[in-house]
Design a protein around this ligand. Structure first.
Ligand SMILES: NC(=O)c1ccc[n+]([C@@H]2O[C@H](COP(=O)([O-])OP(=O)(O)OC[C@H]3O[C@@H](n4cnc5c(N)ncnc54)[C@H](OP(=O)(O)O)[C@@H]3O)[C@@H](O)[C@H]2O)c1
Length: 401
């Protein structure tokens, strides 16, 4: 039995995803000493009433109040945070987790910021035994666990992996918090670092062989019988997958000698439509990158705290087709599918599955005590997470060509 007060703290619980995470943890059952936390006592009390959480403890600590964050984290085994933009509100939490040996999960997609956090706190987290696992939402669990699964499948057939291509399809909406986070990346200039192909690699592999550039054009996939276009989360997900591959290589279980991962989005049968979409995506990203563009977009986009309707979230879905090539020429195809919109239903289910893996199954996680510091979802959780995802109704399996 831990001497800490909380097995799990749901931090940022009053936000759009945080509320859903609190409700999911409440439904998860099992013995758990947990609380909801954030910066606003009144909002936290209202949430506790709304979710019927009885006398569940509430902890108030502003993300920018170092002393309050330190005290809360010191009393916690696993911290789950949805307070974003993370580059604005996340550093003191990560620093405190690294200092106190507290495990950490989040749903950031802010790769440049995580690069900075790794540079500052990885060594401290290893020293205290903390597992710091960012990217536990739609960015980047489906890509990371999907690729990990395909690599296992090829390994069982006796070959390493040269390349996996992931092709996403999904239906859902955007949260105001996500848009605020994308805006913050652009406003701070961090978005310029997104193109670094090994942005998240450990120092030992940063100078490795050149990897593929992010897709920029529409392309027909003969295997899938449809057009594909650049996926805006590809530059994030591919860096996470590459970190998983790099860490696995350092631990003696390489994905492959010259492994790489590329991500695209599935489109329909129209090449013209796919090309037009690609041009439109470039324009939208250009608009986000320019100060005048952001000032045009801000008033018409959802605000922090807002998000899609219950109907949109329940009616959404996500699928990733995974096309893998082995070093011996073997090709395999797989598919990961989940019901619900990617940014909320899927993200929250994944985030809570990751947190509960750390709370209830820490001893069953891969690598034992040697996997510490900044990990990826695949390297931190592997099969434990896949089992939880399947228990939540998600599927990941090989498919016929
Ligand atoms: N990986 C994925 O697929 C995925 C999906 C969805 C969202 N996200 C990311 O998750 C984050 C949250 O998204 P969301 O839609 O839930 O956003 P949101 O509704 O705007 O929630 C933000 C949360 O941060 C809290 N917060 C803001 N400033 C704070 C401070 N100084 N101290 C403590 N808490 C503070 C807010 O508290 P108040 O309620 O008091 O304002 C709120 O609880 C964003 O960064 C978004 O990009 C990722």
């Amino acid at each position: 039995m831990s001497t800490r007060d909380y097995d799990l703290v749901v931090y940022g619980a009053t936000g759009f995803t945080g509320r859903q995470a609190a409700a999911t943890i409440q439904r998860s059952g099992g013995e758990l000493r947990w609380c909801i936390a954030g910066r606003n006592q009144t909002k936290l009390e209202a949430l506790r009433d709304e979710l019927g959480l009885g006398q569940l403890p509430i902890e108030v600590a502003d993300a920018l109040d170092e002393d309050a964050i330190d005290k809360l984290v010191a009393r916690t085994r696993v911290l789950l945070t949805t307070a974003g933009p993370y580059a604005k509100f996340g550093e003191l939490l990560i620093a405190a987790c690294a200092r106190h040996g507290t495990d950490y999960v989040d749903i950031t997609g802010e790769t440049p910021w995580i690069r900075d956090m790794m540079d500052r706190y990885h060594a401290a987290a290893v020293a205290t035994g903390a597992r710091i696992v960012p990217f536990c939402g739609f960015d980047s669990v489906p890509s990371d666990i999907g690729v990990w699964f395909m690599v296992q499948q090829l390994r069982e057939r006796g070959t390493g992996t040269v390349l996996v291509r992931g092709v996403h399809r999904s239906k859902g909406g955007f949260n105001g918090g996500t848009l605020a986070t994308a805006m913050n990346l652009a406003e701070t200039g961090m978005d310029r670092r997104l193109s670094d192909r090994r942005l998240l690699d450990p120092p030992e592999t940063r100078d490795g062989p050149k990897l593929r550039a992010d897709p920029r054009a529409a392309e027909y996939s003969a295997e899938l019988g449809r057009w594909t276009v650049p996926f805006f989360m590809g530059p994030v997900n591919s860096r996470v997958v590459r970190r998983s591959a790099a860490l696995s290589g350092l631990w003696g279980a390489p994905y492959g000698e010259a492994f790489d991962y590329e991500e695209r989005m599935g489109f329909g049968k129209s090449g013209l439509g796919a090309r037009a979409f690609t041009v439109g995506l470039g324009l939208a990203l250009g608009l986000l990158g320019a100060a005048w563009g952001r000032s045009l977009l801000k008033p018409i986009l959802p605000k922090p705290g807002e998000g899609p309707s219950e109907e949109t979230m329940d009616g959404g879905f996500m699928k990733v087709d995974l096309l893998a090539e082995g070093e011996d020429g073997t090709t395999l195809r797989g598919r990961l599918s989940a019901k619900g919109d990617p940014g909320n239903r899927v993200t929250v289910a994944l985030l809570c599955a990751c947190a509960l893996s750390l709370v209830h199954q820490r001893d069953a996680l891969p690598g034992g005590s040697e996997r510490l510091g900044f990990l990826t979802p695949a390297t931190a959780f592997g099969q434990v997470l896949l089992d939880r995802m399947r228990a939540e109704g998600m599927t990941l399996e090989l498919t016929e060509p």
